[in-house]
Design a protein around this ligand. Sequence first.
Ligand SMILES: [Zn+2]
Length: 122
Amino acid sequence: MSIPPPFPDFPDLARSLMLLKNKLDQQVKDFEKDAQEIRQYYSPRAKFERWKVTEDGKLWKEKQHKRQEGCCDECKIRIEIKGSHIDHIQPLSKFPELAIDVKNLRLLCPDCNIRKSNKYLP
Ligand SMILES: [Zn+2]
């Protein structure tokens, strides 16, 4: 006569728990991916990139181009609105709260903007 194991369902239970654990691990991974996308969407850079293509952003650029009399704010060469770069006077990396603060924005020629971004690289 054989004695039945004390927990006959244990192997099934263990298997079910492992499956559940795998499923939950996958869900955590999916949530982390979603959270990363949400953080990315609300990042100061993304916020700025969205703003500059809005009507407000385009209008600001036109007005700013006139205010700067069609010149780069740094080297003063003539720039077209289309090819000009929007510069964050206080760098976005250090002042994310000023991402779309128009008092912190100006137009630069591509050369000056690239020169300036290199300067602020850590
Ligand atoms: Zn310039």
